[in-house]
Each structure stands twice: as structure tokens, then as C-alpha cells.
Design a protein around this ligand. Structure first.
Ligand code: HEC
Ligand code: HEC
Length: 371
């Protein structure tokens, strides 16, 4: 039986389709739209259980030291608390590890990659990538990595259940299918804000003022973080058009011409078009109070500093190799402008963002390390 969502759904398995028009889908959860299920990798509870074990499995790295969970920790909404992630061999990743809450709803994956749309494809990057090395699985150790898993009798049982048709079920294809199924089940839809929408709780005055600021034309946050998932790149069952905007928020301007530091120039890394310089996907702000530090390179430490950054309409860096006035970045979004916010307004915004923390998600045993 398919259950990719926390509170247990039904359905799935349905007719094969790859597009969002007629997808087999998981029913809406707590007011969220139904998710697009994978036609080539339909979710089952057994795959989810195996995927969870593998997500937390350090045997799944070249040197046996790192799992997905090393960089995606549940109590931090599946981020790692570092500015930049560090791989199994000690290499520093150029970007900040992203949270995985509601990742099934993301129209594109990672900070700025317009063509990365499937979890199965994304996973090949941390597992096999060499630039940087993350989990460090390569041609010289991949047989050994699979053997480590074969030698574990628990896995023999879990793989058999998840892939009953396969003669030799322990393969990278099946590992990827199982972990993707686990990821599709990581639904966070029970924050205090969600409970407030369902009239199960109330928000205090400061939180309500913050909500109105966030959703209003003064602070303009909702333009880019306004979906049910607090971002602006969502995909779900039945959606006829999927938008994938990327935005330059004025974090850098290292050459006075709008430049961002390599290899973090956002969409420009893919398109080489100057107007895409510094354009990143707006992250979901669900659980954002526990995912510090912030931005694609972890360069802002606290939510208070993020709010100051938006209030200033960009970031001024006054010394060092990245110095420059991001407020004057010519490619900055028209929606990021100086906002006149009082100290109380700033506190209210931060308090509102705090209502997006879903304590049940952060401690749900269903998503925790099973080993
Ligand atoms: C070394 C730390 C590290 C490890 C290990 C790691 N990740 Fe990540 N993960 C990252 C970073 C950094 C990003 C952002 C990548 C980028 O933008 O280029 C990311 C992004 C992602 C995303 C995209 C999320 C989004 O919002 O679009 C997914 C999904 C993901 N990782 C899943 C996994 C899975 C599954 C594994 C294990 C197979 C894994 N990661 C292992 C650091 C890591
Ligand atoms: C033009 C679209 C846009 C607007 C308007 C906007 N944001 Fe963002 N936001 C983004 C993008 C893009 C990023 C990621 C930027 C990067 O890493 O380079 C981001 C990042 C963030 C982050 C960091 C999240 C993380 O996980 O690192 C927070 C918090 C945030 N925004 C809050 C807000 C608030 C509060 C407002 C209103 C004052 C706002 N945003 C307005 C697009 C926008």
C-alpha cells in the first residue's frame, strides 16, 4: 500500500503518466494539494521504509563515513546547520545544504538549476558527484559499497519486500528509487500557521502583524514566498502550468556590474545570460527558524539579519574580495527594494516566520534514523 505522506494516504499505483495532467497522486494532506507521484517509481510503503534506512546509512558513501542525513538532519528540517556543506572526504561544497520538507512539491531542485526536476536524478549528484565529492561513490569503490549493503541481512529483507520482482534487488537504481520514495513522504503541513488556518489554534498579535506584513504590499515577501509551501516554484497534481522563476535579491555586486562570485552565480551558471546573474530559486520558508544559516551560500547567519537585508533592499559588503553594493545590482529583482520597517515590524516578521515551524515534522519518528 502506498503511503508517502506522514498521516497515511491511499491511492498511488494508478495509471502510468509522466505529466501533471493525469498523474496518479497522493491525496491532499491537511489542505495541501495532491502531489505528483512518480510514474516510473510509484511509491509503496515498503520502498519508503527501505529508503528511510538507506537515507541514514553511512555504508552508502565511498569511505563509509557519510549518509544523506549527515547533511540533511531531521531536527533542522533536513539541513545541516553549516554555512556550506562538507563532503565525506572533507571537501567543502560551494552551497548551503537545503531542507527537504515538502520537496515533492518543488518544481525544480537545488538552488538554481532549471533542468533538475526529478529526485531520482538529483540524488546522483551527492552519491556520485566529483565536483565536489559528497558521498564519494565512484568506479573504484561502488562494488564494495553494494557489498557492504549485501552483507547486512536486514537489507536483504528490506530490498526483497520493496522490490519483490527483482532477482538481484540490491542495486543503485533501486537504492535511488527507495530513497526518492522516502523523500516524497517528507511532508510538513502541521505548523502553528497551518493549525491557525484550520482554526485549531490562534496566533498572537505580533505573529498576526508579521503575517499581514509578509502577505502585504509593503514588505512584498509573498510575491516570491507566497505559495502554500512559502516559495514560488511549486508543482502538484492537476496544475496545468508550472512556473519556475529565479530571482536576484541583491546579495552581491562584486564588480559593480552585478557580478556574483563563481561558482555561485545562480541561473547564470546554466544559461550564461547576464540577466540571469545571481538569480536563485526562492527557498520554501517552512521551518525556516531552524534552518540557519541562510541563503545559497549560508552567508547570512540569522533571520534578524535576513530581515535587515530585505529592509535595506540588498546587501552592502564594504571590504574583502566580495565587496560591493548589492542594492545597486542591475539584475536585482524589482520586488526587492528598501522597505521602511520599524524595529517592531522586524520582530513581528520574525515571529510570523516562527509560526512556520512544524514541531511534529522535526520529531516525527517516521522520518527518524531507524538504525
Ligand atoms: C555533503 C553534504 C550533502 C550530502 C551527503 C547530501 N546532500 Fe543533499 N544537498 C546538499 C547541498 C549542499 C544541496 C544544495 C545543492 C546545490 O544547490 O547545488 C543539497 C540539495 C539536495 C536536494 C534538493 C532540495 C531542494 O530543495 O531542491 C535534495 C532533494 C537532496 N539534497 C537530497 C539528498 C539525498 C537523497 C542525499 C543522499 C543520497 C543527499 N542529499 C546527500 C548537501 C548534501
Ligand atoms: C524577488 C523575490 C523575493 C522576495 C520579494 C523576497 N524573497 Fe526571500 N528569498 C528569495 C530568494 C531568491 C532567496 C534565496 C537567495 C539566495 O540564496 O541567493 C530568498 C531567501 C530568503 C530567506 C532565506 C531562506 C533560506 O532557507 O536560506 C528568507 C528567510 C527569506 N527569503 C525571507 C523573505 C522575507 C521575510 C521577505 C519579505 C521581506 C522576502 N523573503 C522577500 C526571493 C525573494
Amino acid at each position: 500500500m502506498l503511503i508517502a505522506c506522514g498521516s497515511g494516504g491511499s491511492g498511488g499505483g494508478g495509471p502510468s503518466a509522466t505529466h501533471s495532467h493525469t498523474p496518479p497522486s497522493i491525496p491532499a494532506q491537511n489542505g495541501f494539494p495532491a502531489t505528483v507521484n512518480s510514474a516510473s517509481n510509484p511509491a509503496t510503503e515498503d520502498k519508503f521504509v527501505l529508503g528511510r534506512a538507506l537515507f541514514y546509512e553511512p555504508k552508502l558513501s565511498g569511505n563509509g563515513t557519510q549518509s544523506c542525513a549527515s547533511c540533511h538532519q531531521q531536527d533542522k528540517a533536513f539541513t545541516d546547520g553549516r554555512p556550506l556543506a562538507i563532503g565525506s572526504t572533507g571537501e567543502t561544497h560551494p552551497r548551503n545544504a537545503q531542507g527537504l520538507a515538502n520537496v515533492v512539491y518543488h518544481a525544480t531542485l537545488t538552488w538554481a538549476n532549471p533542468v533538475m526536476t526529478e529526485l531520482e536524478r538529483q540524488m546522483e549528484v551527492p552519491m556520485f558527484g566529483e565536483n565536489p565529492v559528497e558521498m564519494g561513490i565512484n568506479d573504484s569503490n561502488k562494488v564494495e559499497v553494494l557489498n557492504r549493503i549485501r552483507q547486512d541481512t536486514q537489507y536483504a529483507i528490506l530490498f526483497k519486500k520493496a522490490f519483490p520482482q527483482d532477482v538481484d534487488a540490491i542495486s543503485f537504481v533501486n537504492i535511488i528509487a527507495a530513497i526518492s520514495t522516502f523523500e516524497r513522504g517528507l511532508i510538513s503541513s502541521d505548523s502553528r500557521y497551518d493549525q491557525y488556518l484550520r482554526k485549531k489554534t490562534t496566533l498572537n498579535d505580533s505573529e498576526l502583524r508579521g503575517m499581514n506584513l509578509f502577505m502585504g504590499e509593503k514588505a512584498e515577501c509573498f510575491h516570491c514566498h507566497g505559495s502554500f509551501n512559502f516559495n514560488d516554484q511549486v508543482r502538484y497534481a492537476g496544475l496545468s502550468q508550472i512556473d519556475t522563476p529565479f530571482h536576484n535579491t541583491g546579495l552581491y555586486n562584486i564588480d559593480g556590474k552585478g557580478g556574483f562570485p563563481f561558482p555561485n552565480r545562480g541561473l547564470f551558471e546554466f544559461t550564461s545570460k547576464v540577466q540571469d546573474m545571481g538569480a536563485f530559486r526562492a527557498p520554501s520558508l517552512r521551518n525556516v527558524a531552524v534552518t540557519a544559516p541562510y541563503m545559497h551560500d549560508g552567508s547570512i547567519k540569522t533571520l534578524a539579519e535576513v530581515i535587515d537585508f530585505y529592509a535595506a533592499g540588498g546587501r552592502v559588503i564594504s571590504s574583502g574580495i566580495y565587496s560591493g553594493d548589492g542594492r545597486q545590482n542591475p539584475y536585482k529583482s524589482d520586488l526587492v527594494n528598501r522597505i521602511s520597517l520599524s524595529e517592531q515590524d522586524k520582530i513581528d516578521l520574525i515571529n510570523f516566520l516562527g509560526t512556520l515551524t512544524d514541531q511534529k515534522f522535526l520529531s516525527n519518528p517516521r522520518f527518524a534514523n531507524p538504525h
